[in-house]
Design a protein around this ligand. Structure first.
Ligand code: MN3
Length: 205
């Protein structure tokens, strides 16, 4: 595989009760695997286009992808990249609050951590249909809350992810049914601020 799914740093039942084991196993093992398989199939015969590139670099420069496979790369490549990021920031031993430079930046931009979470929750719950809510660093290095439709990637908008919440129904439906706000509220229990601080430090250094 040219681009593969990440290895999970935890077991399928480790995020219980917030994310149930069956959802995680299906989401990671079936949905993400399908995106990875489809992406690699699409790129067959186009290996030179992506050679030596991270998937995120490919998604940052969609103009370089031939038109006949571009939408496929947006859908399947975004599907791999978005999910890899999502699964990477979750942890059963999550640090519950940010500190240091990231907390300072959040306070400066949003007033408080709670205000940021409230805004991100609201934008995420408000995604119509399938998509993602994000805390990102924009092209000027400013924190920003956005949503993306389908599997569109923030990298294609010249933004870098810090937090994401998947609100395709497959991410929550087995446990939460139609109650998306409850899933969005509960996922904060397993979003690991230690990882997000590490990512942020990497972006600003
Ligand atoms: Mn998903």
């Amino acid at each position: 595989m040219i681009f593969d799914k990440i290895k999970l740093g935890y077991g399928y039942s480790d995020l219980e009760p917030h994310i149930d084991a069956l959802t995680l196993e299906t989401h990671y093992g079936k949905h993400l695997q399908t995106y990875a398989n489809n992406l690699n199939n699409i790129l067959e015969g186009h290996e030179d286009l992506v050679k030596g590139k991270a998937l995120e670099e490919v998604l940052s420069d969609l103009e370089a992808i031939p038109e006949d496979i571009r939408q496929g790369v947006i859908n399947q490549g975004g599907g791999v990249s978005n999910h890899n990021f999502y699964f990477s920031i979750l942890s059963p031993n999550a640090k519950k609050e940010p500190s240091g430079k990231l907390l300072e930046a959040i306070n400066k931009k949003f007033g408080s951590l709670d205000a940021m979470k409230e805004k991100l929750n609201s934008v995420t719950v408000g995604v119509f249909g399938s998509g993602w809510g994000w805390l990102v660093l924009d092209e000027n290095g400013e924190l920003e809350i956005i949503s993306t439709k389908d599997q569109n990637s923030p990298y294609s908008l010249n933004k870098k992810p810090l937090i994401t919440i998947d609100v395709w129904e497959h991410a929550y439906y087995l446990k939460y049914k139609n109650v998306r706000p409850e899933y969005v509220k509960n996922i904060w229990n397993v979003i690991d601020w230690a990882k997000i601080e590490e990512i942020y430090e990497g972006y600003i250094k």
